[in-house]
Ligand binder design. Structure first.
Ligand code: NDP
Length: 460
């Protein structure tokens, strides 16, 4: 007779629950691979944790958490500069408000669909919980491509988008922010339209301009926060940031601020990229070059390849991602599923020590598994990039109180928040032996608060 230890029996039970649970999730959400991937990533770490906690099973918590509270889905008609009527599809996924008003960005990108927004809203719920602030999870956007559009076209689109969205949001209900394709320009147009329709000046969107209620440090928060988290991981393992060679993908808000903070912390950011290819600077990008890229992307709205025309020590690699460059740390900062299993294996072979996900779900499941199996420190997105929504939460507090904190104060709050998130991951992610499993730690720490609040409310 084989006698199973309690741990093995629990493991077998959790695996059986997980398989059954995922079969249900796949059946209820057909054709939504990104959403299924995000749910699997969380559930595979939560089931072992709740194996001996019946209250979570009895209350069907994981089942309830995988259903958004509601999804709003609408037509966005607008007129282009040539006078043609164009139509896009707008969405708002209000995922979970157990611990506070829905909060999460708006994404304008041609790839936007329900699966991607549900994955982002689901992840956001755990991330927002990790910040320690009273904010729930949501996400939204449209399959609109701001690239190549004039400012007037973007303005007309944003106004039309908010003409429907305004009735679903509010400072105590749902507070959207920016994401891919939604920066200061788009938030300005949307806030202007909200104010005009409702005749109310309230903190209903975050990421606003500093002149009209925006918070200092919000623009920098996600990239800076990611680097604070990476530093915390390295220090926890007995190292530090000084001299670390870092590959970064993307060249948007998150990537450029991650590169800037890496530099300030004594590391060398070696790469940046966009959907066309990546640029490599063997000396590490300096502040002048990073500022140039910010101007290139935010003002001239150009391509990253132009960086190699401007600076003689920068090489451009057309159509490639930066993961083949030999580095100590990698910080994917562009988009979902941008690191696959083979790339991860190559990075491991090249000696990568730590990977910090600054974008949302940039690593495919096979890549996550490859890093964790190889003992590479792996910081998951919901912990690493939580600084952005964290400072957005602080923007909401400042708006409610009609005050504006200074930059040093906010930088200190951000740094402390990232330190607290790191500690929570260590607390829940440390087994008796072995390195910290940050993925497990972040998922459990984010889960507990939301799940306990849901149990308190009864079956709603
Ligand atoms: P931006 O729009 O400012 O920049 C996105 C960058 O990613 C651009 O360089 C873009 O290149 C690149 N990119 C987009 N799609 C692809 C692709 N398929 N392949 C390669 N590169 C691509 O967005 P953010 O910097 O704000 O966001 C980046 C990531 O960080 C996203 O995953 C977002 O959800 C996440 N995030 C952002 C937060 C924030 O505060 N902004 C907060 C938390 C998470 P191109 O110009 O060619 O499209």
């Amino acid at each position: 007779m084989v006698i199973m230890s309690k741990k093995h029996a629990n493991d077998a039970k959790s695996k059986e629950y997980l398989d059954r649970y995922m079969a249900g999730v796949e059946k209820r959400n057909p054709g939504e691979p990104e959403f299924q991937q995000a749910v699997f990533e969380v559930a595979s770490t939560i089931f072992p944790y709740i194996a001996d906690k019946p209250e979570y099973h009895e209350n069907q918590i994981l089942e309830r958490m995988a259903e958004p509270d509601r999804v709003v889905y609408f037509r966005v008609p607008w007129t282009d500069d040539a006078g043609n009527v164009r139509t896009n599809r707008g969405f708002r996924v209000q995922f979970n408000n157990a611990i506070g008003p829905y909060k999460g960005g708006l994404r304008f990108h041609p790839s936007v669909n329900l699966s991607i927004l549900k994955f982002l809203g689901y992840e956001q719920t755990f991330k927002n919980s990790l910040t320690g602030l009273p904010i729930g999870g949501g996400k939204g956007g449209a399959n609109f491509n701001p690239k190549g559009k004039s400012d007037n076209e973007v303005m007309r689109f944003c106004q039309s988008f908010v003409t429907e969205l305004y009735r679903h949001i509010g400072e105590d209900t749902d507070v959207p922010a920016g994401d891919i394709g939604v920066g200061a320009r788009e938030i300005g147009y949307m806030f202007g339209q909200y104010k005009r329709i409702t005749n109310r000046f309230v903190g209903v969107l975050t990421g606003k301009g500093l002149e009209f209620g925006g918070s200092k440090m919000r623009t920098e928060a996600t990239g800076y926060g990611a680097m604070f988290f990476l530093r915390n991981m390295l220090e926890h393992a007995g190292g530090g940031m000084e001299g670390m060679r870092i590959s970064i993908s993307g060249s948007g808000n998150v990537a450029t601020h991650a590169a800037e903070k890496a530099l300030q912390l004594g590391a060398k950011p070696l790469t940046l990229s966009d959907s066309g290819g990546f640029v490599y600077c063997a000396d590490g990008f300096n502040q002048e070059q990073i500022d140039w890229v910010k101007e290139l992307k935010n003002v001239r709205r150009g391509r990253i390849s132009e960086t190699a025309d401007e600076f003689s020590n920068v090489e451009y690699h057309d159509g490639k991602r930066p993961w083949g460059v030999e580095v100590d740390c990698a910080v994917p900062s562009a988009t979902q599923n941008e690191v696959n299993g083979e790339e991860a294996a190559m990075m491991v072979k090249n000696g990568v020590k730590a990977v910090a996900e600054a974008a949302n779900m940039p690593c495919e499941q096979a890549a996550v598994d490859a890093f964790i199996e190889a003992g590479v420190m792996f910081g998951p997105a919901k912990a690493v990039n939580a600084g952005g929504v964290g400072v957005s939460g602080l923007e909401m507090s400042q708006n409610s109180a009609r005050i504006a904190w200074d930059e040093d104060h906010l930088r200190g709050l951000l740094e402390n928040m990232m330190g607290d998130i790191h500690e929570s991951c260590v607390r829940y992610g440390t087994e008796k032996i072995g390195p910290v499993n940050y993925l497990r730690g972040a998922n459990i720490a984010g889960f507990v608060k939301v799940a306990d609040a849901m149990i308190s409310y009864g079956h709603v």
